[in-house]
Write a protein that binds this ligand. Structure first.
Ligand SMILES: [Zn+2]
Length: 212
């Protein structure tokens, strides 16, 4: 059995969504200055690096926040679909042709986005591969309960709301910012555990796959 770390390492130079504050690490207690221990203060959006979106992110109101997401959806059998680099948007048509195994409940998309992480890209890439609205509807209609993608949003850069709304309204868990560059297409066991931050619209997560 092999364990794959599919999480991104959060660092201050890591790309963030345009308009979001920069990630800051501020060491507020320093041993080299005589303190008894090192302590770092973190300043970051709930949507940095590998993270999970809660319904509250796009639905607001009294929709669930991140500490209430189902751990039974966040862990379990998952299928990693490797789409060729020629795929620039994931549409319903792409999904229809992809031969996703029947009864797949959790589905992660490895796309050309994973090259960004492999290459250590530090600038935000607006041209990332993501799910169109009709792909989100396909996901919901086919009983998928968790989807993950290898860039910072499940939705195209200039059309965030429709895809998120379709998925989150249906209770589909959305995982973003995965690094799938080392993972082949196939079945694995997923463990994706977002930080239990009360009332938050999302949270950074450590995500791993266990495979054969
Ligand atoms: Zn997010």
């Amino acid at each position: 059995m092999r364990t794959y770390d599919i999480s991104l390492t959060i660092t201050p130079d890591f790309p963030v969504w345009p308009g979001d504050p920069k990630i800051e690490f501020n060491r507020i207690s320093k041993m080299e200055e005589g303190a008894s221990c090192n302590v770092t203060h973190l300043s970051l959006s709930a949507h940095v690096g590998t993270h999970v979106d809660a319904p509250y992110h796009f639905l607001g109101g009294d929709s669930p926040t991140v500490e209430n997401l189902s751990l039974s959806l966040l862990t379990g059998r998952v299928y990693v679909l490797h789409l060729p680099d020629e795929v620039t948007q994931i549409t319903a048509q792409v999904l229809e042709q992809a031969e996703i195994p029947p009864r797949t409940r959790r589905l992660l998309f490895r796309t050309r986005n994973s090259h960004y992480w492999q290459n250590g890209e530090r600038d935000f890439q607006a041209n990332f591969v993501a799910l169109t609205r009709d792909a989100a509807e396909y996901i919901v209609d086919h009983g998928v309960r968790l989807v993950g993608i290898d860039y910072l949003s499940i939705a195209p850069f200039d059309a965030g709301a429709p895809t998120h709304e379709v998925l989150l309204k249906a209770g589909v868990v959305v995982v973003e910012g995965l690094n799938l560059s080392e993972v082949s297409q196939g079945r694995y066991t997923l463990f994706c555990l977002p930080l239990k931050i009360g009332g938050a619209d999302g949270a950074p997560a450590r995500a791993i796959l266990i495979g054969v």
